[in-house]
Design a protein around this ligand. Structure first.
Ligand code: NOJ
Length: 546
């Protein structure tokens, strides 16, 4: 099996949100030279690929997810020469660069849309999705992820255009062959530059049928992806990961079954939705059920079989920090961050680390909307205010789920602005940077950083972590998440107390060797085990159950 392993099945991917990673020129915005300067740090961590959130030219309505030129670099971030340098410098450290491919929509400042808006006869008109008014109103009820209708009226032509995100992010019309060809050409432009693959933004929306009110998982979606595979990355040794909010295991297999020649893997979000109230919005939260989390993650561990591959993540630039969300970012910040890492990184699939996760960065609560930069939170705030919600309740939701939580600047050291910039940062720095920063983490052998480093090492050294069969251990306390991995007669046990109370775990096996542990004391090698708050470990098992 080992011979057939693809590089991305062994990889650990680190996501960089360039705006917030490292500023090199004092303008308060992270940039490419800043990233290049931190590659040695990433190499020390051990990661082998970087998912780079968009660096293309953009008016930044949605921080780069609104692209006005796919083949140019955003001025604030640097130049194309610096981008090429990043690819070369990363490669020297055995790190591949995965580009963020945002092709469900462009910016309204993209030349295609500027042309398309000129009128119905313009050759680019059909690059986007237009519709006549219905009874003098919007064509239908499709709403934008960023609040309000997804249809925006264009007075020049008297038609509406579709934008599933902001008004400045018009949706491309994938039914148009020219659109698809332009995108494939652009992807080949980047492949020729030596990138290691693509993370595909909301790719499950490209097959939409807006006139039928259908947005996700449209009928031609997989046909488009097979065509894309053939026209672009199919002949390159790269990885592709689709962002697919609506994926079930069956759908995930359609994307990632190697025989179907579509994508390497997808991001599924079923676990991420577990603290959301049924039928409500992401802002309306409920407590996480650990039992449900066990069921969901275990289902994904076993359901794909050989017909697909998992991506493993807790965080990204759209999600709150996991240690604040499902851990405890106060008393047990270090223990819970390590527990979450151990639990996830020893599962089957490709793990993703979001910048700052490896030092246990936390959410950053605000007291007023003026402190927020994220368009999604700002639009939701206005919408809920107009519906009569209390300001305090809205701010509470933003503090729990808002995207700026994970976008505050990376905390490098305890100098002003956390070593992120010498200027004024585009978004506030989390005041806890004095205690939580890279410099401190590197100096402390017991830090969260070294747990991540060790987990990456274990993955590099043991085929079991990549290929081992997963089995949930069912007869545990609800709060204890424990599983086995097994490959060719070798068996590992992973145990995590997913709570801040003491728990017990009946160790029916005999432990051979503890591989990683987030407390510094010895463990008995069999029998009843007391687990302290958020205690987690992995061990090699000596013999079968007694
Ligand atoms: C998903 C991205 O992750 C998010 O940041 C962005 O706002 C939307 N897609 C629109 O591109």
């Amino acid at each position: 099996m080992e011979q057939q392993t693809k590089w991305w099945q062994k990889a650990v991917v680190y996501q960089i949100y360039p705006r917030s990673f490292q500023d090199s020129n004092g303008d308060g915005v992270g940039d490419l030279l800043g990233i290049i300067g931190r590659l040695d740090y990433l190499q020390l961590l051990g990661i082998t690929a970087i998912w780079l959130s968009p660096v293309y030219q953009s008016p930044n309505d949605d921080n780069g997810y609104d692209i006005s030129d796919y083949e140019a670099i955003m001025e604030e971030f640097g130049t194309m020469e610096e981008m090429e340098c990043l690819i070369v410098e990363a490669d020297k450290r055995n790190i591949k660069i995965i580009m963020d491919l945002v092709v469900n929509h462009t910016s309204d400042e993209h030349k295609w849309f500027i042309e398309a808006k000129k009128g119905k006869e313009n050759p680019y008109r059909d690059y986007y999705i237009w519709c006549d008014p219905v009874n003098g109103d919007v064509p239908n009820e499709i709403s934008s992820t960023f609040s309000g209708s997804a249809w925006e009226f264009d007075a020049t032509s008297g038609q509406y255009f579709l934008h599933l995100f902001s008004k400045k992010q018009p949706d491309l019309n994938w039914a148009n062959t020219n659109v698809r060809q332009e995108i494939y050409n652009m992807m080949n432009f980047w492949l020729e530059k030596g990138v290691g693959g693509f993370r595909m933004d909301v790719i499950d929306l490209i097959g939409k049928l807006p006139d039928q009110g259908l947005t996700g998982n449209g009928p031609l979606l997989h046909q488009y992806l097979q065509e894309m595979h053939q026209a672009t990355f199919g002949s390159h040794d790269v990885m592709t990961v689709g962002e697919t909010w609506g994926a079930t295991p069956e759908i995930a297999k359609q994307y990632s079954d190697p025989a179907r020649k579509e994508l390497s893997m997808v991001f599924q979000f079923e676990h991420i939705g577990l603290d959301q109230q049924e039928g409500k919005e992401k802002w309306d939260i409920k407590p996480l059920s650990i039992g449900a989390l066990k069921r969901v993650l275990s289902k994904w561990q076993t359901a794909l079989g050989n017909q697909g591959w998992n991506s493993l993540f807790w965080n990204n630039h759209d999600l709150p920090r996991i240690v604040s969300r499902w851990g405890n970012d106060q008393e047990y910040r270090v223990e819970s961050a390590k527990m979450l890492a151990i639990l996830l990184h020893l599962m089957k699939g490709t793990p993703y680390i979001y910048q700052g996760e490896e030092i246990g960065m936390t959410n950053c609560p605000v007291t007023s909307i003026e402190e927020i930069r994220d368009i999604e939170s700002i639009n939701m705030y206005q919408e809920r205010l107009s519906k009569g919600y209390r300001k305090e309740a809205i701010i509470q939701s933003i503090n729990a789920k808002g995207r700026d939580n994970s976008r505050t600047p990376m905390q490098w050291d305890d100098t002003e602005c956390a070593g992120f910039t010498t200027g004024t940062p585009w978004l506030h720095v989390n005041p806890n940077y004095h205690e939580i920063n890279v410099k401190e983490s590197l100096a402390d052998p017991q830090s969260i950083f070294y747990t991540y480093q060790k987990l990456i090492e274990l993955r590099k050294e043991h085929a079991l972590v990549i290929w081992g069969e997963y089995q949930l251990i069912e007869d545990t306390a609800e709060e204890v998440f424990a599983y086995y991995r097994e490959l060719a007669g070798e068996k590992w046990l992973v145990v995590a107390n997913f709570s801040e109370t003491n728990q017990t775990f009946l160790l029916r096996d005999v432990m051979d060797k503890v591989l990683i542990h987030n407390y510094q004391t010895d463990l008995p090698d069999t029998g009843e085990l007391g687990l302290r708050p958020y205690e987690a470990f992995a061990a090699k098992i000596k013999s079968e159950r007694r």
